[in-house]
Design a protein around this ligand. Sequence first.
Ligand code: MG
Length: 384
Amino acid sequence: MSIAAIIVAAGRGTRAGPGAPKQWRSLGGRPVLERTVSCFQRADIARIIVVLHPDDMITGLKLFGGRVTLVAGGETRSGSVRNALESLDPKEISKVLIHDGARPFADPDLISRVINALDSAPAAAPAIPVTDALWRGAEGIVSGTQARDGLYRAQTPQGFALQPIVDAYRAADHAAGQLAADDVEIARAAGLPVTIVAGAEANFKITWAEDFARGEKLIERERKMDIRLGNGYDVHAFTEGDAVILCGVQVPHNKALLGHSDADVAMHALTDAIYGALAQGDIGRHFPPSDPQWKGAASDIFLRHAGDLAREMGFAISNVDVTIVCERPKIGPHAGAMMDSLAQILQIDVTRVSVKATTSERLGFTGREEGIASIATATLIKGA
Ligand code: MG
């Protein structure tokens, strides 16, 4: 069973100032609505339905072609959502996310939090606890205060198991439905418990003219994001011994690797990949082999240094990928321990670390089992 997303963009809001409705205006060179829809174009969302004002259907068709399903909106927001919900086939779709067309910065983690919460709840929605003091006011004068305990600022996408929200909409009294501020209100009126998940400040709704300036700034920041790739390659020859060290893990073998340090060929390749991404030379530059203090050194010193240097230069290590080339020893049984070891040294989550192996089909020096080669790639990210 799959997930659908309904993006509601049928409004004619006037608070954002004169000109075209806000969802059609340009933000960073693309219509707001196109940005919003792109947030939901991901593997785990099977269908995207965009609800448009009947006058906007041609514009929508030109913009999206067949990438989304267009549905004509009703008189009110809740009428529009109901039209979209009724267009979904419960045999095909089990969960639905309902999102404001004017929230173009819904990030993948936020969307995942809502989807994941639906595994154990019929309804879930993002929100941010209110931290500012709250006042009531009239004619520019504070007329009272309001306790903020337990108050949240509601966001979208609001997620629901499909059948319960369809039933809730069908059961909603027409007048009450017209007044409902959002889908959570409709769900609660039908008795559905709604789980709160963490919202995101960037997931704001474009409402006023100045929100466009805020959005442009966010996009500018994304554009300034600095993404670096580095690669590393290393070879060490076999010598007499009974084990090799690869990615910090001792692997029993009928040979050892020859080198100035512990000859951890895989960790050296990865260390050079990180230095490469930073344009900071290689291991030899930071730890000269002519310096006797690095003789026999455990290579985690080198990798830790590269990781620390990345952080000092403002980069986060987004992922690393290491390939070890050898006929023997077998790497597969040790790959998990190797990934744990690299993740721990680099202080990153193990889901961002890959260690894999290949043979060279008995060709060349690795094929003749004269030594082991390794290549590695690292992705570093600064900003955003
Ligand atoms: Mg080396």
